[in-house]
Ligand binder design. Structure first.
Ligand code: CTP
Ligand code: CA
Length: 232
């Protein structure tokens, strides 16, 4: 069920939120990107602020305005996001990784705009893995008791439900909670409403649906409870 993270459940706490989607440059005018608008992450930053936290929002190409009263750091690439997270996570009690981070980037950045070839051959773009920020900060915590939350958009397949994928991802990433968005039908991206499940290592599953603002309030309340029960 839904409940309000009203008043001050995060008073005196520092919260770091990443939001939006990274862009990986290919040449001076082109990039590989994704469809994340940043709405859910921005709603989380707003809800954390409303719950009394001191909030830093690292925004990757946000398509919505960052909330008032929140420190905003703008980044574009997964590498910039990685560096910004490592720089800002030190004193965070809670890290919320809502950004859609590219898994791959072009191996090289062309110095000049890529032109069509004279002989009509198609170019091939070589990709290389980006660092997994969530796995890295979960494996090497900046401080004891720091609570780290990941997000995953899953569709499921012939043999696994989205929830099964989410549980496996939670274990793989080593974070304290994973928020699952089911993306069957391409829903969620850029929309105002959403439905989520929150999975935690104790096997519990919480669920909520509604506007991204309503869901953000529910999630912040859930994360605050996890933080309150985590020994620092
Ligand atoms: N994430 C991250 N660094 C990356 C990729 C993802 O920190 N290079 C974070 C996202 O911010 C999100 C979580 O990891 O909180 C899960 O992202 P997701 O793309 O679902 O996970 P992946 O491990 O990349 O798995 P998949 O192969 O399903 O994309
Ligand atoms: Ca991914």
């Amino acid at each position: 069920g839904r409940e309000a993270a009203s008043g001050s459940v995060l008073a005196g706490r520092r919260v770091l939120v990443t939001a939006g989607g990274t862009r990986e440059p290919l040449d001076p005018v082109r990039y590989l990107g994704n469809r994340s608008s940043g709405k859910q992450g921005v709603a989380l930053a707003r809800a954390a602020r409303a719950a009394g936290a001191e909030v830093t929002l690292i925004g990757a190409n946000l398509q919505v305005e960052p909330p008032a009263g929140v420190e905003h750091v703008a980044v574009e690439t997964s590498e910039q996001l990685h560096d910004a997270v490592l720089a800002a996570r030190g004193d965070a009690d809670l890290v919320i990784m809502a950004a859609a981070v590219a898994d791959f980037r072009p191996r090289s950045l062309a110095a000049h705009k890529i032109k069509k070839s004279e002989d009509g051959t198609d170019p091939v773009i070589e990709l290389t893995r980006t660092p997994d920020i969530l796995a890295e900060i979960s494996a090497h915590r900046a401080r004891p008791g720091q609570v780290i939350v990941g997000f995953a958009a899953e569709t499921g397949d012939a043999t696994h439900t989205p929830l099964e994928f989410a549980r496996a991802k939670l274990a793989r990433k080593g974070c304290d909670a994973l928020v699952l968005n089911e993306v069957t039908d391409g829903a969620v991206f850029g929309q105002d409403s959403t439905a989520v499940h929150v999975v935690t290592p104790d096997g519990q599953v919480a669920e909520a649906s509604g506007t991204k603002d309503d869901v953000a309030v529910f999630l912040v309340g859930t994360f605050a409870r996890i933080a309150a029960s985590t020994v620092g």
